[in-house]
Ligand binder design. Structure first.
Ligand code: COA
Length: 145
């Protein structure tokens, strides 16, 4: 792997970006499209949040072995802006399993390619709490494995 292919920490990483590896399992990847821009020309934070919620929901659904709902977002940090054409990758790390809920730390990373140059860095992270649901929408016990 060359430095420019390295997932993180390459010389192409912005100076102010955290030098670290993505934490957790890759759940989804999505390209930021022009329709996802805000009036300032950057990608709308709500779109990024939605991708993270979807990624967390997929992971929570697997752990809960069925339907889940997002009940809380207890922490959220936007580190860097996302631009059109960026590939957003969401990584999920289950940090707590409760009686009916589970907490997932979701990190969003960007792959930004300009010609042969590839930049990879963390843009956003947050803690999402999901509750396991019965078919009627009431909470249920998390499976114990
Ligand atoms: C999910 C829902 C059924 C839970 O109902 P409830 O009976 O009021 O749930 P509780 O208050 O007992 O909380 C259930 C679990 O969530 C946790 N929880 C609830 N609110 C929380 C919060 N603000 N922060 C952290 N955890 C929270 C509780 O600690 C509990 O966890 P545990 O059982 O593992 O200890 C209900 O809140 C609901 O339907 N919310 C709307 C969900 C929704 O529409 N989401 C958006 C679309 S997916």
């Amino acid at each position: 792997m060359t430095e420019s292919d390295s997932p993180v920490g390459s010389s192409n990483t912005p100076d102010h970006a955290p030098k670290e590896e993505p934490k957790g399992m890759l759940a989804i990847r999505q390209v930021a499209m022009p329709a996802n821009l805000n009036s300032g020309g950057n990608v709308f934070g709500g779109w990024i949040l939605a991708q993270m919620d979807l990624a967390g929901g997929i992971t929570a659904n697997d752990h809960a072995e069925g339907r889940v709902a997002t009940v809380a977002l207890t922490a959220m940090e936007f580190h860097l802006p996302v631009f059109v054409g960026d590939v957003l990758s969401c990584y999920c790390d289950v940090t707590k399993v409760g009686n009916t809920s589970l907490t997932i730390h979701v990190q969003a990373w960007v792959h930004r390619r300009t010609g042969a140059k590839l930049e990879v860095f963390k843009v956003t992270e947050g803690d999402f709490v999901f509750v396991a649901l019965n078919e009627d929408g009431t909470k249920r016990q998390m499976p114990r494995n």
